[in-house]
Design a protein around this ligand. Sequence first.
Ligand SMILES: Cc1cc2nc3c(=O)[nH]c(=O)nc-3n(C[C@H](O)[C@H](O)[C@H](O)COP(=O)(O)OP(=O)(O)OC[C@H]3O[C@@H](n4cnc5c(N)ncnc54)[C@H](O)[C@@H]3O)c2cc1C
Length: 456
Amino acid sequence: MTKCTPSAMPRHILIVGAGVAGLACAISLSHELASINPDLEISVYEATSEHSSSGGAISLTPAAQRCLDELGVLSALNQMDSDQAGIEVDAIDLFSLQSGAALGPLRFTDEKGLGHGGYKGRRVLRSALSQAMLTVACRYPNITITYNKKLVEGYTASEDDDDDSTVTLCFEDGTTATGDLALGCDGVHSATRTQIVDPGNTSRYTGISFIQSMFDARRLASEIPFAQTAVHLTRSSSLLTSFCDQNRTRIFVAAIIHVNEPLVERYQARFSSSSSSSSSSSSATNDPTAQDSMNKSIRHLVRTHFGQTTLAYVRELIDKTDDWALYPVYQVRQSGSWHTGRVLLLGDAAHAMPPRDESAAYAIEDAILFSRLLATHHTDSSLATVFDEYETLRRATINKAFDASRRLWQSDIDRGLFPGQVRDLMAPAHESFSDLSVYSLTRELNQPLAGGNNPD
Ligand SMILES: Cc1cc2nc3c(=O)[nH]c(=O)nc-3n(C[C@H](O)[C@H](O)[C@H](O)COP(=O)(O)OP(=O)(O)OC[C@H]3O[C@@H](n4cnc5c(N)ncnc54)[C@H](O)[C@@H]3O)c2cc1C
């Protein structure tokens, strides 16, 4: 007897990329759909050979933590060793780099010390977050993750095709995969976007780079005046320092500065590492002299910006750090297409924007929202209708985030000030992060999602 498959219900879902969005999608789809569709198969294809231990530490907002909790990832993270589980952040302490003056905290907590909606911020190694997500994904027998599968192209059924149409992905190693639905979660330089969904919509360098490193706090003789995280401001740049483990033994340090594109390109030409997040960095030279010279240039750049400070621990950090890595920040066009045929973009692939420490939260929310919509509407809608509904619900939030991001960064770039995000938050009307981005996102998330399938 032929089994009757509902119109929007895919049996085999292909996910491109095992980053934050890709793994959140796999977990969320399996959670929402497996009981409805016992034959469900979710295949994740990741370009890299293994899970990276690089990338430094990421800041998770209360909204991101709440989403991770819904997926079961937060408890997996909390069960990791204390050096991997990250550190909860009550507040970000602000300092003037030049004078050393404390400018006050940006709090993630209310007056009782409780996190917004029960969640504080967290700084965690990207590799640990990834490991926690993999741990949860591996609990679902219908999820498989295959490495060394770099998507190069694909083709999808047109909207006019009937319901038994499929989508096929083609990988660099010559293999292909065919399924009923493909989700492009392959980040800012997404091949799913540039080859399938929205050809021509390539990423663009924002002019901003993170130059970052990890530092052993035990090497620091100077007193450290912040509890978890600090941002040190100058008129043209900022320096982030954050513990990223509960025992406060490791400090993540990131200089957030304007770096001109020729220097970024020279850096990418010297280092093959994915640290650049660039799609064009694979042909790097391994010439040690050239690499050493580039390292010196990067170190010099950081020292020039932050070396002249009255804050002894910052001077020490800068002096004792040699291994800086450059992470240029790219963005995609705000109004680009998000879907075609049976392919949908999620996370940075759809909407990478200049950072406000919230992008990971958007990527995870994308995954949860889409999964719930698919679960809710699989019987009464086609996939195209679910995509449209998803976009209708999501576009306004993402546009708002893009606009806020542009306001915060671009106006300051124009005026030679930096970064607007922090300065704006310090204005009297905004006493903490909660007043702006973080809490607004948490509030939006607290609203029932369309379809009334909010598990809360
Ligand atoms: C310097 C920097 C600092 C940031 N700091 C923060 C922060 O503190 N907090 C925050 O919330 N956000 C931060 N962000 C943004 C955040 O990192 C991203 O929004 C988030 O990682 C997006 O997740 P994603 O899964 O969409 O993309 P990614 O995390 O980039 O994952 C994409 C995955 O797809 C894989 N892939 C790529 N191409 C292919 C292909 N062709 N085939 C198969 N697989 C492929 C990649 O290897 C990767 O595993 C920062 C960004 C930058 C650049």
